[in-house]
Design a protein around this ligand. Structure first.
Ligand code: MN
Length: 241
């Protein structure tokens, strides 16, 4: 079993936080001033234990997600007009972003949208969904158990780093989508209702290379009420990220 000690992690974290102020061990890096903000986790970082460990939650939110926000704010300094647009507009129409900023918007804008969704839809107690999302999973994705199996298989099949999502079109029709890097279904005109992060940083401390185990365990922390809120927003034209 691979052991990662605390000091090794801190050295890595410090290297990432080039323009971040380290306040304490795992507390969020201070965000650079700008139009984008890192919202605090909507629950305590130990809320998803034992399925997602506290240290992973803290580093993932306070370092990885923070870096995307800082990158966006850094770019916004010299491109204030462009970055007045909300993220969904920027990543939903990448061709309208000037070429020299397109990769940054794709990676950091996608990363910001992906992780904002991710924190929202966790912190729950898993189990089976109810309400509109349950009905749509039944009619569009073959039912809950089939969807879970297909979702997990898609997550395992992502080569390297990426995401697996259930996305909705404007009419509420669901589909399974997997993406590499920090790409997001909004880039294809679809809305990510829920999704799981299969980058190694999302699971390596607890699961090491066992991504399939992580995918299976993750369902225990999904907050289906939040998923239903996102689905309702998608169907009523109020979806953001
Ligand atoms: Mn991540």
């Amino acid at each position: 079993m691979i052991k990662v000690d605390r000091r090794t992690l801190m050295v890595g974290a410090a290297a990432v936080g080039v323009y971040a102020t380290v306040k304490s061990t795992y507390v969020s890096a201070q965000a650079a001033a700008g139009p984008f903000t890192l919202a605090p986790l909507p629950y305590a970082p130990n809320k998803n234990e034992p399925h997602i460990d506290t240290m992973t939650m803290e580093i993932h939110h306070g370092r990885h997600h923070a870096l995307f926000v800082n990158n966006l704010n850094g770019a916004a300094k010299d491109n204030a007009e462009l970055f007045k647009k909300p993220i969904q507009e920027l990543i939903g129409n990448l061709n309208s972003v000037p070429e020299n900023l397109r990769t940054l918007v794709r990676n950091s804008g996608g990363g910001h949208a992906n992780h904002t969704m991710f924190w929202q839809i966790m912190g729950g107690s898993g189990g089976e969904p109810s309400g509109a999302i349950a009905d749509a999973i039944k009619s569009d994705l073959g039912g809950f158990e089939k969807m879970q199996g297909d979702f997990n298989a898609r997550g395992v099949a992502v080569f390297g780093s990426g995401w697996v999502f259930v996305a909705s079109d404007k009419g509420g029709k669901l589909s399974l989508v997997s993406k590499g890097g920090q790409d997001n279904p909004l880039m294809d005109g679809l809305m990510p209702i829920f999704g799981n992060d299969v980058w190694e940083h999302a699971y390596y401390l607890k699961y090491q290379n066992r991504r399939a185990d992580y995918l299976k365990s993750w369902w225990n922390v999904v907050d289906w009420a939040k998923v239903n809120e996102r689905y309702a927003a998608a169907k009523s034209g109020k979806f953001t990220i």
